[in-house]
Design a protein around this ligand. Sequence first.
Ligand SMILES: Nc1ncnc2c1ncn2[C@@H]1O[C@H](COP(=O)(O)OP(=O)(O)O)[C@@H](O)[C@H]1O
Ligand SMILES: [Mg+2]
Length: 366
Amino acid sequence: MIRRSVMNKKIRVGLIFGGNSSEYEVSIISGRNIYKAIDKEKYDVYPMWITNTGFLASDADSRKVLEDPSYQIENPHNVTNISNVIELSCRPEIDVFFPIVHGNLGEDGCLQGLLRILDKPFVGDDVLAAAITMDKELNKIMAQRAGVPVADWISIKRFEYNDAKNEKLSYDYVSQKLGTDLFVKPSNQGSSVGISHVTSASDYKAALAEAFKYDDKVLVEETIKGTEVETAVLGNDDAIVSGVGQITNAQGSWYSYENKYNDNSTSKLQIPAALPSEIIETVRRQALKVYHATECSGLARVDSMLSSDNKVIFNELNSLPGFTNISMYPKLFEQVGISYTELITKLLNYALDRYAHKKTLLHKHD
Ligand SMILES: Nc1ncnc2c1ncn2[C@@H]1O[C@H](COP(=O)(O)OP(=O)(O)O)[C@@H](O)[C@H]1O
Ligand SMILES: [Mg+2]
């Protein structure tokens, strides 16, 4: 295919960052890192900042927030829509979008739907894969279908939660099915927000109330005791898998919001993981199965639990993982010789390739 760079013109990249999820700050830092590291010989970057008040900022402000690290980026977490991103339709000069908007509206198929309607190439999952992988239950169902083990779970919908007689609201009932040590989580969330670890009836009641603040569907899962392993996938049909990183939480602790983002985290990250090669290969093989089963493209970080008896149990897939230069995803590829800058180039090429391929498919009216 003819790429603009072949014709000695730079490819114009619309770098969309910010958004209205709990991962707003991470997205801005990812945006800053991409902006700095992108190959300037090949690309011209047009920063597009979805602000913490829910608006697509001007080009000048968008550039400023990426260029000036002291710029205020606090997220009030109360933004309900980002409707003026529709203004992206007034950017015909953009050749390819790089949306690095995590979570709600950015990672769940909504933004992807807009970019599809605008008929533009974009990095990362298309609509279906983004939507499936955002919903932890659908993601688990697809993993099971691909033969990949998952933690046993029960899901509770809002209407069931509202029915005081529903048996799923009883700790006795769920602990008979799943054991007494449980995780309760909103089906659609990120950054460990709304998640609780539960070992008693009173914890369980409080955990359900907390999780239902964030979603209309809540998962109750058996606790997998052990460590956490993450791997990175890159590409479309021909996707490749990186090595494996490991997260070890302090005794009795888990990878909570504080342990993910605070300086005094007690969780330890290790890249690459010091694990036997059979385990590493199982993590990588299962990750690729889930990636293809959910029809991902471009990139994903696939997270699993490694149980104390060495079973690899799929937990979740992040289709737009943290992309700061110290994030697990780019670190895992750096470790196998793909630099942060090269990774960006590859992702943009995968976006252009997918778009070009989709153009070859016949439509009814053709
Ligand atoms: N079934 C489980 N067993 C043990 N730990 C779990 C389980 N589910 C979640 N956790 C812990 O909670 C963290 C966050 O859960 P996760 O499902 O990954 O949601 P998020 O999308 O918020 O990261 C995990 O990294 C892990 O530490
Ligand atoms: Mg997680």
